[in-house]
Design a protein around this ligand. Structure first.
Ligand SMILES: Nc1ncnc2c1ncn2[C@@H]1O[C@H](COP(=O)(O)OP(=O)(O)OP(=O)(O)O)[C@@H](O)[C@H]1O
Ligand SMILES: [Mg+2]
Length: 233
């Protein structure tokens, strides 16, 4: 039986005031289920990152609600929301957000450290995930010594290391060549996705559309279509 993982209802966000006001997301609603890879596509500036940020508890909506596995996340206190995100959500930012003063390995270990894992254990576990994304030999380098595509893979390793059940990726393959992008998505599809996980992906990359169960389109802050797997070309 399908179970709803994420339910976004009438989400609204604007930035700025007066003439500078941008209506970034206009009453966007969607549902994504556990066991599903859900893509969000649309032109630059259409509100994809803003919508993801509201769904993952990073950016508070002006109005509307986000329910993740029966928790109405924007009714939680700040501490509760921080805990919820730590335990349930893995996020890959469009611009990676790696910590420059930590090594690649330490960057990946952060979620485990925050979850009170012993330092050595956390590093060992993190190393497994660096190996999965093909970067074990870069473990001790600072992230700014890596290429854009390598940094993206470190961010992916960090998002999956604590095995959260909601994974939210903003352009996870944008800096990767076609083969590496496909390898990462196929890894996510085969090894990460299961009946108890939901993967939400923003992408421009049509090379990885084959991994989508649903594709939602956004234009100018609004949801314009949702297609299911058998309709996706
Ligand atoms: N912090 C902010 N302050 C002001 N305006 C913002 C802010 N963040 C986003 N916007 C505006 O909101 C709109 C939607 O931006 P958003 O980043 O969500 O688009 P996007 O679909 O993710 O684009 P891209 O594909 O380029 O990443 C844009 O017009 C953008 O300029
Ligand atoms: Mg964006």
């Amino acid at each position: 039986m399908t179970k709803t993982a994420i339910s976004a209802h009438q989400l609204v966000k604007w930035f700025g005031e007066g003439e500078a006001r941008t209506h970034a997301v206009k009453a966007a609603s969607f549902e994504a289920n556990f066991g599903e890879i859900f893509y969000l596509v649309g032109p630059s500036g259409s509100g994809k990152t803003t919508l993801l940020s509201m769904v993952s508890g990073i950016l508070k909506p002006e109005s509307g609600s986000v329910t993740i596995d029966e928790t109405d996340i924007w009714t939680l206190s700040n501490d509760e929301l921080a805990d919820f995100r730590l335990n349930r959500i893995g996020f890959v930012f469009q611009d990676y957000h790696l910590f420059p003063r930590l090594t690649t390995l330490e960057n990946v270990a952060i979620p485990l450290i925050l979850k009170q894992r012993v330092w050595d254990d956390a590093l060992q576990e993190a190393l497994k995930y660096l190996e999965i994304v093909g970067l074990k030999d870069r473990a001790h380098l600072a992230p700014f010594k890596l290429s854009g595509g390598e940094q993206q893979r470190v961010a992916i390793a960090r998002a999956i290391v604590s095995q959260p059940d909601i994974l939210i990726f903003d352009e996870p393959t944008a800096s990767l060549d076609g083969d590496t992008g496909k390898k990462i998505m196929s890894f996510i599809n085969d090894e990460i996705l299961n009946d108890h996980r939901c993967v939400l992906v923003v992408t421009h990359d049509s090379r990885i559309f084959e991994y989508a169960d649903k594709i939602m389109k956004m234009e100018d802050g609004a949801v314009t279509a949702i297609e299911h797997k058998n309709e996706i070309k």
